[in-house]
Design a binder for this molecule. Structure first.
Ligand code: NAI
Ligand code: OAA
Length: 326
């Protein structure tokens, strides 16, 4: 049996937390040979609810769960953390865009970035889920200057999974027939789900559908899926978001399947002309606990325009939080 690793989850008393923790403790994220010590961080008024979550985790008698730390102190929450899932943040309600949360949530991530810098493992792998996820990941990264910027990522996997299901259902194919999906840019309504490089049963997806369906149905459906869930459920996606977080971390830690890739919000190195230093979603392959951006995809004018629009939004979000970026 491997030595236990420490996994910090913020917002652990919230709705995504409730759908996430039991799967991490079961081994779904890091494998069924990897014991975990959970560090559960939330705010002081949530400590009673968090204690209830701890009791339920205990009651599962998970063989891989080697310990639980519940705290409202980020310095304790991130102490020696090997993995962190930053979920704790306000969710949006009907009629809001995710960037409307920037003011309410940004400060959380500067505090947590500093705590990560001061207390976490130097190899910590961080996934930011709390919205607006890409810019919150940027704030976290910039407040943790002693840690490699490549260790900070934002969650685009829910968008990636949504795009896979939409094209699979359109072509009456199983999701397992869909490979090499790409969602570019920001986890927002400007994201660009791109069917030019994805295949369904080996056929290029964009060639298998009408251009009008691609532009007028597929792209907006994926872009607006979060809002559609809020309208239907009266609360934002939780179980699907938790599932995407598990998928993201598992692939990052254990590798993407041979011949496939995934969408991850990662530190831009200037690939595809995207401004360096933004946390932008690219197609990524993972191996040996590291990610790399898939290179050499041909980008046509249609795609280029959309990739630049979502980049532009990320630069505006970055500029809006300039005071939190050391
Ligand atoms: N990137 C993505 O694809 C997705 C992101 N989200 C975002 O995830 C976030 C969480 O969503 P839910 O779990 O539904 O919300 P929730 O309101 O149910 O839970 C949030 C939890 O975070 C806690 N929290 C607030 N400030 C904190 C702080 N400073 N430190 C630690 N914990 C803190 C709250 O007390 C609460 O327990 C929201 O911002 C939501 O918009 C949701 C779905 C998908
Ligand atoms: O839409 C929201 O506010 C929650 C979210 O990020 C998603 O479901 O993609």
């Amino acid at each position: 049996m491997k030595a236990p690793v420490r996994v910090t989850v913020t917002g652990a008393a919230g709705q995504i937390g409730y759908a996430l923790l039991f799967r991490i403790a079961s081994g779904a994220m890091l494998g069924d040979d990897q014991p975990v010590i959970l560090h559960l961080l939330d705010i002081t008024p949530a400590m009673d609810a968090l204690e209830g979550v701890r009791m339920e985790l205990d009651d599962c008698a998970f063989p891989l769960l080697a310990g639980i730390v519940c705290t409202d102190d980020p310095n304790v929450g991130f102490k020696d953390a090997d993995y962190a899932l930053l979920v704790g943040a306000r969710p949006r309600g009907p009629g809001m865009e995710r960037k409307d949360l920037l003011e309410a949530n940004a400060a959380i991530f500067s505090v947590q970035g500093k705590a990560i810098n001061d207390h976490a493992s130097r190899d910590i792998r961080v996934l930011v889920v709390g919205n607006p996820a890409n810019t919150n990941a940027l704030i976290t990264q910039r407040n943790a200057p002693d840690i490699d910027p490549r260790n900070f990522t934002a969650m685009m996997r829910l968008d990636h999974n949504r795009a896979k299901t939409q094209i699979a259902q359109k072509l009456d194919a199983p999701v397992t027939a869909v490979s090499t999906m790409t969602v570019w840019g920001n986890h927002s309504a400007t994201q660009y789900p791109d069917l030019h490089h994805s295949t369904v049963n080996g056929k290029v997806a964009v060639d298998a559908v009408e251009q009008q369906w691609y532009e007028d149905e597929f792209i907006p459906t994926v872009q607006q899926r979060g809002a559609a869930i809020i309208k239907a459920r009266g609360a934002s996606s939780a179980a699907s978001a938790a599932n995407a977080a598990i998928d993201h971390m598992r692939d990052w830690a254990l590798g993407t399947p041979e011949g496939d890739w995934v969408s991850m919000g990662v530190y831009s190195d200037g690939s595809y002309g995207i401004a360096e230093g933004l946390i932008y979603s690219f197609p990524c392959r993972c191996s040996g606990g590291d990610w790399s951006i898939v290179q050499g995809l041909e980008i046509n004018d249609f795609s280029r325009g959309r990739m630049q629009a979502t980049e532009q939004e990320l630069t505006e979000e970055r500029d809006a939080v300039a005071d939190l970026l050391p």
